[in-house]
Design a protein around this ligand. Structure first.
Ligand code: ZN
Length: 352
């Protein structure tokens, strides 16, 4: 089975929403969703970035968002900025779930901070988890919490989910739309980029608008990475990357993780899992053409999105790999897409 390292999932949010069921969710895998330990092993999920994400009190369970995305065109208003003191406890709780996952896994899951640790875990058949933060709501302008989360294992951060933060502005969930939807990074956002560079924490560009993307591209000394975004030319969502953005990512030695969300895959932008492999392959072909085959991987969005029926959940990764083989991708390219490109870009970002 092909081992996969994945750029994005929302399992920690699922655990946060139902902490009383967390053993059933994570260890027994009896609670549905996309990810749990038994199905990760069944699907060849060898590691990935696990996102801390703070839900808004409004738009609480994202149901309104998913309802709107069922009937394009749509333009869903974003929730307001959330203060760090309101977000910090939630972010801490999710970091706690992440370390709990390691503690109760009986050696099957390990929190990793370096690529050497990821490779060692994968070689032992241990799933390698990397702590990521999707939206920097929990970080105040003094950036002290960034250092605290770094000490807890945080190795990657997106300055924004789509809702605005004190650091910048994200794209709204809008289809069709380009990503040029508002102003760039704030002064605090500029400082965040510099501190992430100093700490060698990866900066995730997914969800950031175009002006913010240009600011990070100008300021950051690290490769430009979008952990879970697709090609705008195939699906005209505000969340997808234009050819100009793909060119900037390529020039920086960066990376894009293919998002499995149907709203970012399907040319019609619908939140509908009934679809074939063709849109998935079109995105991959375009991303590989624009970025080169060393700069594309997966960013599943498992447990955060509706995914194609052919994938279904993490146990469907072998079906995806099979579709790539049928499409004519060779084993060397599949290994790069499945894991090697992620490990290489993390090494370029974090240092050896
Ligand atoms: Zn996301």
């Amino acid at each position: 089975m092909t081992a996969v390292f994945d750029g994005h999932n929302d399992l920690l949010l699922r655990l946060f929403k139902a902490p009383e069921k967390r053993e059933a969710i994570w260890l027994q895998g009896t609670e549905g969703g996309h990810l749990d330990l038994p199905r990760m092993r069944a699907g060849g999920f060898a590691g990935g970035l696990f996102a801390i994400y703070v839900p808004s009190p409004v738009l609480e369970d994202l149901d309104a968002l998913h309802d709107a995305m069922h009937e394009p065109p749509y333009d869903v208003p974003l929730p307001p900025l959330m203060r760090a003191d309101a977000a910090l406890g939630v972010a801490m709780a999710q970091a706690g779930h992440f370390h709990w996952m390691e503690r109760v896994s009986g050696g099957a899951f390990r929190c990793c901070r370096t690529v050497a640790e990821i490779r060692a875990a994968m070689a032992e058949g241990v799933i390698a988890g990397v702590l990521h933060m999707e939206g920097a709501e929990a970080i105040g302008p003094d950036l002290d919490a960034l250092h605290l989360f770094a000490a807890m294992g945080l190795r990657s951060i997106g300055p924004v989910w789509s809702r605005p933060t004190i650091f910048g502005h994200g794209v709204p969930f809008r289809f069709p739309s380009g990503p040029d939807t508002g102003p760039g990074l704030t002064e605090a956002g500029v400082a965040l980029v510099a501190e992430c560079n100093r700490l060698r924490i990866m900066i995730d560009l997914s969800h950031l608008n175009e002006a913010g993307f240009r600011d990070v591209a100008r300021l950051s000394d690290a490769p430009l990475v979008a952990t879970h975004s697709n090609a705008h030319v195939v699906c005209a969502s505000s969340r997808n990357l234009t050819d100009w953005q793909l060119g900037a990512i390529r020039g920086s030695g960066g990376m894009v993780g293919l998002n499995f969300a149907t709203v970012f895959l399907r040319p019609d932008g619908r939140d509908d899992p009934v679809m074939g492999w063709e849109p998935v392959l079109r995105h991959l072909d375009h991303l590989i053409g624009a970025l080169g085959e060393d700069h594309v991987g997966f960013g599943s969005d498992f447990d955060g999105a509706v995914v194609p029926r052919g994938i279904g959940d993490v146990a469907g990764l072998p079906a995806l790999i099979g579709a790539l083989r049928t499409h004519g991708f060779g084993e060397a390219l599949i290994a790069k897409l499945a894991r090697e490109n992620w490990l290489a870009v993390l090494e370029r970002t974090w240092g050896g």
